[in-house]
Write a protein that binds this ligand. Structure first.
Ligand code: ASP
Length: 310
């Protein structure tokens, strides 16, 4: 099986001045994940590593750079899933850790549970030796500014809520195993304790070796209403291509609940797609040693890996 990785950096509307940063972030993450796959590594490790790259990049709404809740604090959600045996791990409303996706993987591998939240998640993180950091270390000037703007009675929250850079990855490894990972700070100015789609299996992501893997981004409550990741895999099981299924899922979410978002998909034979119903979504993919990337609808730039920045 030829390995494939696809990465997204959030659906929405990206300001011109940030376009390049979003593009180079997803490219770096895809190359990092692909390196693992090319060296014979497994899909779960590849998606985890790709997401870590973006959690560490302050431009994206995950880990460092997460948006703030109504109290001006960071609370993050993340999920990881292994398509081999349908095991998954997720955390929700976690604070004071740098890489929620790593904690989600520990939930998957070291507990009998699938989702830990809030205090329980942080107790588990401590028990596993995950370093605790100051919440302020995750906060950027940009996220503070957005938070302040949204506190303004005249602001249009929806305009600020989308396009902030939730991150995700899907992959298939040389053994034919698929995996997905998604991580986010959620929606800006969300209520304290709000859990979004990202932590919820079938919404923020799903992976099943017999069909493929999906990671989603966009308006979390809409994604949850239609369990977008599962819906897309269901369409694929019914015979649709990755592209048709992604489009059908996003269309259904638009017409049924008026929700917008984006998805990345890989199937069990290594076909992949990146689709969105928002104005933009930064994404990158690597297959056959070619790096693909884009940010606008229909865009698919291709460069050989040797020529791309590492
Ligand atoms: N889906 C994320 C959430 O609702 C936000 C996003 O993808 O932009 O938490």
């Amino acid at each position: 099986m030829k390995p494939v990785i696809v990465v997204h950096g959030g659906a929405g509307s990206i300001m011109k001045e940030y376009e390049e940063g979003y593009c180079s972030g997803v490219k770096r993450a895809a190359l990092q994940g692909y390196k693992i796959l090319a060296e014979g590594g497994d899909a779960v490790s590849a998606v985890e590593e790709a997401v870590v790259v973006l959690e560490d990049d302050p431009l994206f709404n995950a880990g460092h750079g997460s948006v703030l809740n109504e109290e001006g604090e960071v609370e993050m959600d993340a999920i990881i899933m292994d398509g081999k045996d349908l095991t998954s791990g997720a955390v929700s409303a976690v604070r004071c850790i740098a890489n929620p996706i790593k904690l989600a993987r520990l939930v998957m591998e070291k507990t009998d549970h699938m989702l830990l939240t809030c205090k329980g998640a942080s107790l588990f993180a401590k028990a596993q030796g995950v370093p605790e950091i100051f919440g302020e270390q995750l906060i950027t000037e940009r996220s503070k500014e957005r938070w302040r703007k949204n506190l303004n009675p005249g602001s249009n929250p929806v305009a600020y809520q989308l396009g902030l850079g939730t991150v995700g990855a899907v992959a298939i490894d040389s053994q034919g195993n698929v995996a997905c990972a998604t991580s986010t700070g959620g929606m800006t100015n969300k209520m304290v304790g709000r859990v979004g789609d990202t932590a919820c299996i079938g919404s923020g992501g799903y992976a099943n070796n017999s069909v493929g893997a999906v990671s989603t981004t966009g308006h979390g409550e809409s994604i949850m209403k239609v369990t977008l990741a599962s819906l897309i895999l269901y369409y694929m099981e019914q015979g649709m291509s990755t592209e048709e299924a992604a489009e059908a899922g996003l269309n259904y979410m638009k017409t049924r609940v008026d929700g917008s978002g984006g998805v990345i998909v890989v199937n069990s034979t290594g076909d992949w797609t990146a689709k969105f119903s928002t104005k933009q979504m930064s994404w990158a993919a690597v297959k056959d040693d070619q790096l693909h990337y884009g940010i606008y609808t229909g865009e698919n730039k291709i460069v050989p890996i040797a020529a791309s920045p590492q």
